[in-house]
Design a protein around this ligand. Structure first.
Ligand code: PEP
Ligand code: MG
Length: 881
């Protein structure tokens, strides 16, 4: 039997997303549950892939199946495509498996030609509407299917309006529209080189191909890359009979969310336009009315719509984003999907759904994308600074958060200036999918036109970017690159600030503050912690960061990099003296003057951590990092230290290395200068003893960096133990401590069984492990990694997302060897990957005891860990069946 490539809406259901795409599957589902959906059929994602496999050709079998479904649709509707009486018109819309707003193109009113326009007039008795539909179709078809630039058509329309002194499109007369249709056809002929196709079947096939092609247009590719959507899924195509929102004052079209997508408030939220077609709402060209006004204008339709929104939300058990059209007083649902929402709304919605018994806590935890939490953890404007701020205007609060930056009017400029390190605000009349890269680069987005469901608003919310939309008080002149507000002119490159939660727009820069972690966020995170069974620690080098991390839910320190303490102003002179010492005695003396500082550092950290485990790493970086390198700084330091500049320069040169990352660093420093290890061990012990005296429990874990052979640890462990035990004995204050190592050199992974004999714990340093496993210098890889990812040689930057197939196998080997030797061996990770969701899941699968990451990533890691737990338990249930 040949493959089925085309499905009528009544043949599918919501589980068939992979084949029918999200839109197609939901249209089928809505048909099945009896909602008023204009009928049609879906061409599968497999057909799209077949098109690409066959060198951009739709094969005969698929054409045959389309013909069959079209004939069936014509029969059901009692209308014929291209007919001169009561013609069938259809829309052609893309429908990917994962919704890609604004990425793929839509064609409406297909089937209109010089004959069927007459048929439409006869059927509707509405000549104006019929010609208006025809001119819209010519423009959309030309733009989407044939790539004739839109502006050429817009210029014609503007010229008609200007000539006749009209303000709105609705003022165009039948005669105007007839003229416009002719002018549009002429534009088409000139651009494409042949007449506008009159054969509706040809229109249809060209449109279907255009949708297939649009799967690989640059903005779709960018969106997929941004959202981790595989390129081989393909898009489905939905062919749906048209209903018209532009048939007069009893018609209209709109978009509504079942809850507020910015805040999650459980209240219908949407917009509509009377006498308009769907594109008018989404494109943001006319400013729509809020859905509440529909209650007064069309009370019956409003009630029916509200009923349907409840059915849909109950059916999908999630907030829905619904497109509807009213045709001559009859309501139709054109589309439903899970609504895109801000992180704040996402949390509020799942907390409400759990409280209402619609979903359980596990489901709630699985529904939030861990990286989305980032939005909640970022600062807003400092309220004190806001009081004195220079408020210019107010637009729609389209996507919350705050942003300050220099204004740029074109996406390319925004990208360029952001790459040069500037904070950028992208300001546009309205955005379109071509602006996507500029939106990614910008801190925030400000538009003069468009509503809450305009492109800018929808896309910014999805990205978690702050956005103020539809700020009509601003006169944004893109061509002269300036904004006018009253008499004030703001030029490109000047600072503005926007608040996407209030819609306010300010002149200049405004300082930011930190975030609120209580309320539903707190409730949600408490569920995350109930479910999670892997610990989350933080990388922190000072009490301030440690405290912040505890607020974010950290359960200990997984990495305290002690070198950061050495750089502080009051200790750097002693550090330098230590490095420049010629004799062991001099070095010990310099270290003695450093010890009180280190003791205080550790004491502060133990106090901040209030009894939680603290993993403290001995000094790691090469010593020359603490010395100046240019002549002027060397001279200044020499005079400060009372030595000759040439002497200092010689020492700096002695310490110079060709490959510092592979040089004299990590435990190699302690092997050659055991005094450093001694001082740090004593300082840790003294800090711990002081903390105990101050009433705080301590659990220090002393970590040796960069072990490549067990012999290094065999030499250093006794030194650490001797120093700590001596301090314990001296003070009479006892505490338990452990000594372990980082595993960050491939040889350490391969010999992890030997190392485990001497170590109480391993912490995977996946930054160095990635560097040394791939042979990519951490300092230089930035020069080529971007291109490696672009060219598909690497799927992701391995310094951000753990390379599970390669570096991950080294980790796996070390875990097996280490635990094989010592089953109770404690395991953690402290490389950057410890806060990256897919890497956290990997660590969980390996059986690590904890992950450790920067404070701001702690909630993300907690959620990722909880999701890993749920996935595992679901997997087990699966296996049990
Ligand atoms: C690592 O290498 O992963 C690590 C955490 O150490 P650092 O980044 O300090 O080298
Ligand atoms: Mg390292």
């Amino acid at each position: 039997m040949s493959t089925k490539f085309v499905y009528s809406f009544d043949e599918g259901n919501k589980e068939m997303r992979g084949l029918l795409g999200g839109k197609g599957a939901n249209l089928a589902e809505m048909t099945n549950i009896g909602l008023p959906v204009p009928q049609g059929f879906t061409i599968t994602t497999e057909a799209c892939n077949d098109y690409y496999d066959n060198d951009h050709k739709i094969v005969d079998e698929i054409i045959k199946q389309i013909d069959e479904k079209l004939a069936q649709l014509e029969k059901e509707q009692g209308k014929k495509l291209g007919s001169d009486s009561n013609p069938l018109l259809v829309s052609v819309r893309s429908g990917a498996v994962f919704s890609m707003p604004g990425m793929m193109d839509t064609i409406l009113n297909l089937g209109l030609n010089d004959t069927s326009v007459k048929g439409l007039i006869e059927a509707t008795k509405n000549e104006r509407f019929s010609y208006d539909s025809y001119r819209r179709f010519i423009q959309m078809f030309s733009d989407v299917a044939m790539e004739v630039p839109k502006y050429k058509f817009e210029n014609v329309l503007d010229a008609y309006k200007e000539k006749n002194g009209y303000k709105f499109d609705t003022e165009l007369t039948v005669e105007d529209l007839k003229g416009i249709v002719e002018d549009y056809k002429a534009i088409y002929k000139e651009a494409v080189g042949e007449d506008f196709p009159q054969d509706p079947k040809k229109q249809l096939m060209l449109s279907i191909e255009a949708v297939f092609r649009s799967w690989n247009n640059p903005r779709a590719i960018v969106y997929r890359k941004l959202n981790d959507i595989p390129g081989n899924l393909g898009t489905a195509v939905n062919i749906q009979s048209m209903v018209f929102g532009n048939m007069g004052q009893t018609s209209g079209t709109g978009v509504a969310f079942t809850r507020n997508p910015s805040t999650g408030e459980n209240r219908l939220f949407g917009e509509y336009l009377i006498n308009a077609q769907g594109e008018d709402v989404v494109a943001g060209i006319r400013t729509p009315q809020t859905i509440d006004t529909l209650k007064n204008e069309m009370p019956e339709i409003y009630d029916e719509f509200v009923k349907i929104t409840h059915i849909l939300e109950g059916h999908y058990k999630d907030m829905q984003d619904i497109e509807f059209t009213i045709e001559n007083g009859r309501l139709f649902i054109l589309q439903t999907r899970n609504g895109k929402r801000t992180a704040q709304a996402a949390i509020n919605v799942v907390v409400d759904l759990v409280n209402d018994g619609v979903i359980d806590k596990e489901e709630a935890v699985m529904r939030i994308e861990p990286n989305q939490l980032d939005q909640l953890l970022h600062p807003t404007f400092d309220p004190k600074a806001l009081k004195g701020a220079d408020k210019l205007a107010k637009g729609l609060p389209a996507s919350p958060g705050a942003a300050t930056g220099r204004v740029y009017f074109y996406a390319d400029d925004a990208v360029q200036h952001a790459n040069a390190g500037e904070k950028v605000l992208l300001v546009r009349q309205e955005t379109s999918p071509e602006d996507i890269e500029g939106m990614v680069s910008a801190e925030g987005i400000l538009t003069a036109r468009g509503g809450m469901t305009s492109h800018a608003a929808v896309v910014a919310r999805g990205m978690g970017k702050c956005c103020v939309a539809g700020c009509g008080e601003l006169r944004v002149d893109e061509s002269s690159r300036e904004i006018r507000v009253g008499d004030l002119v703001i030029k490109e490159g000047e600072f503005m600030s926007i608040d996407g939660s209030s819609g306010c727009v300010y002149l200049g820069q405004i300082p930011m503050t930190s975030v609120e972690l209580s309320g539903s966020f707190g409730t949600f995170m408490s569920w995350v912690d109930e479910i999670r069974d892997m610990m989350v620690r933080t990388n922190a080098d000072n009490p301030r960061d440690a405290k912040k991390a505890i607020e974010f839910g950290a359960e200990g320190i997984g990495l305290c990099r002690t070198e950061h303490m050495f750089f502080e102003e009051d200790r750097i002179p002693a550090v330098r003296k230590m490095i420049l010492s010629e004799t062991v005695e001099d070095r010990v003396k310099a270290l003695e003057s450093l010890l009180p500082f280190q003791r205080e550092d550790f004491h502060g950290i133990f106090m901040a951590m209030e009894g939680r485990p603290c993993n403290i790493r001995l000094l790691d970086p090469p010593l020359h990092e603490f010395l100046p390198h240019d002549d002027a700084s060397i001279e200044a330091l020499a005079s400060q230290m009372g030595i000759r500049p040439s002497e200092l320069k010689k020492r700096v040169m002695d310490l110079d290395e060709f490959n510092p990352m592979l040089g004299h660093r990590g435990c190699r420093l302690a092997v050659t200068y055991p005094e450093i290890c001694e001082m740090q061990s004593r300082a840790i012990a003294q800090g711990a003893i002081q903390a105990i005296k101050d009433g705080v429990d301590v659990h220090p874990e002393i970590m040796v960096p960069l072990i490549g052979t067990v012999n290094e640890l065999k030499m250093l462990r006794p030194i650490i133990e001797r120093c700590i035990n001596e301090e314990i004995e001296k003070s009479g204050v006892k505490f338990d401590y452990t000594v372990g190592t980082m595993i960050e050199i491939p040889r350490a992974c391969v010999t992890a069984d030997e190392i485990a004999e001497v170590a109480d714990f391993f912490s995977f340093g996946t930054n160095d492990l990635t560097q040394m496993g791939f042979g990519y210098s951490r300092d230089d890889a930035g020069k080529f990694l971007g291109e490696y990812v672009d060219k598909g040689i690497l799927e992701k930057d391995p310094f951000q997302v753990l390379d599970q197939r390669g570096i991950g196998r080294l980790v796996e080997m070390a875990v097996k060897l280490g635990r094989g030797q010592k089953p109770e061996l404690k395991l953690g990770i402290c490389g950057e990957h410890g806060g990256e969701p897919s890497s956290v899941e990997f660590c969980y699968k390996q059986g690590l005891n904890y992950v450790s990451c920067s404070p701001f990533r702690v909630p993300i890691a907690r959620l990722a860990a909880a999701q890993a737990t749920v996935k595992k338990s679901k997997g087990n249930q699966h296996r049990d069946k």
